[in-house]
Design a protein around this ligand. Structure first.
Ligand code: SAH
Length: 345
């Protein structure tokens, strides 16, 4: 079992069960999440016998770099990581003026099936543990030597389809005795699983919830997102209104712009109308074209026009700045390339 996924309380209970005092569990937590050591032998204030007992049952399973691509400007790096069982995932590091962001994966693959996305091409292999989500951040902070201040759970996978591990992760990554990343600097992105959004609202978290909307109505949404057959757009938006009412946290809507599908003026009008009265931010994302997928990116002028219509309707909107498009920084593409290469060998 991976020791990184345990909470401080669980470590205290573990220490007690192995015949140690509870505070040894607190020390263990500090080694794992504050000092972030890679082996039990480095935990010098724990007795050798305690360390041996821990080693029998637990591992400190990190992630191992398989490949790293750095953008020409040096402000984006994409990592391909191997997990203990040989599965590979990807994570992205982005340097901004306000700090460094890491975009992490929450599953190996994904079962949501969005037609424009590369992460879902091979289906879902398995969920990531909380420790594996944390390890992506620990390894990138170690590798870059720079503090990570922001986390976005927007890599491969549907985080709300891995709810319990995600929650463990969120509590650990923001723990004051760990890497201590402020919940206000954490964004979780979902394709819109309504029950889980409602559950998340009750968890007393300060994170930002992002919804991948990508369409102004159900008819268009169903063309690219199979999950739209399970939940209607109004049901999702109502869950967002309620989420805001409970948490006071402004919602972000992501809208990937696909040529001829969702980028017309009337789509912008319809979207503005649907979101009326909701405190939210709309992030327009020029589609990253994926070789295996047929979707094309919207034209620049259509994206601009879409933004103008939303602004005229007093909606808060930005166009996502593109980073790392010279490396395979787009949504599951580096892993896909790796899998294709290794299956040919
Ligand atoms: N499953 C979650 C998080 C992972 S995807 C979700 O659906 O939100 C992160 C974001 O990238 C989502 O908004 C997703 O729809 C979007 N995305 C996926 N493939 C893309 C592509 N090729 N171009 C642009 N955005 C893409």
């Amino acid at each position: 079992m991976d020791i990184r996924s345990l909470s401080e309380k669980e470590m205290e209970e573990l220490a007690l069960s192995l015949g140690e005092k509870a505070f040894r569990g607190k020390q263990l937590f500090q080694w794992v999440h504050d000092k972030r050591v890679g082996s039990f032998d480095e935990m010098s204030n724990l007795s050798a016998s305690f360390r041996e007992k821990l080693k029998e049952k637990y591992t400190i399973s990190g992630v191992t770099q398989v490949e790293k691509q750095v953008s020409q400007k040096g402000d984006t790096a994409k990592y391909l990581f191997a997990l203990e069982d040989g599965n590979v995932i990807e994570s992205v590091w982005m340097k901004y003026h306000h700090g460094n962001s890491v975009c992490i994966s929450s599953q190996v693959g994904c079962r949501m099936g969005c037609t424009f996305c590369a992460s879902t091409l091979t289906g879902l292999a398995r969920n990531l543990t909380a420790g594996e989500m944390l390890s992506q951040i620990y390894e990138i902070q170690r590798d870059t030597g720079e503090r990570v201040s922001n986390v976005i759970v927007m890599g491969m996978g549907e985080p709300l389809d891995n709810y319990d591990n995600l929650l463990h992760f969120l509590r650990l990554v923001s723990h004051e005795k760990g890497i201590c990343i402020s919940q206000r600097n954490i964004t979780v992105s979902t394709c819109g699983l309504v029950e889980q959004i409602r559950r998340l609202a009750e968890e007393n978290l300060q994170i930002t919830l992002a919804i991948s909307l990508h369409a102004p109505n159900d008819e268009i949404r169903r063309r690219t997102m199979p999950v739209a057959n399970r939940y209607g757009i109004d049901e999702i938006i109502q869950a967002c209104r309620d989420y805001f009412a409970v948490t006071g946290r402004r919602i972000t809507f992501e809208y990937s712009m696909i040529r001829g599908v969702n980028d017309k003026k009337e789509h912008a009008e319809e979207l503005a109308e649907r979101l009326r009265g909701l405190n939210c931010h709309i992030n327009l994302i020029p589609l990253n074209e994926v070789r295996e997928r047929e979707c094309l990116r919207s034209r620049k002028e259509d994206i601009q026009q879409f933004k103008l219509v939303l602004e005229k309707n007093h909606r808060n909107v930005t166009i996502r700045r593109e980073m790392g498009s010279d490396i395979d920084a787009a949504c599951g593409q580096l892993r896909k390339k790796f899998l294709t290469k290794s299956s040919r060998n």
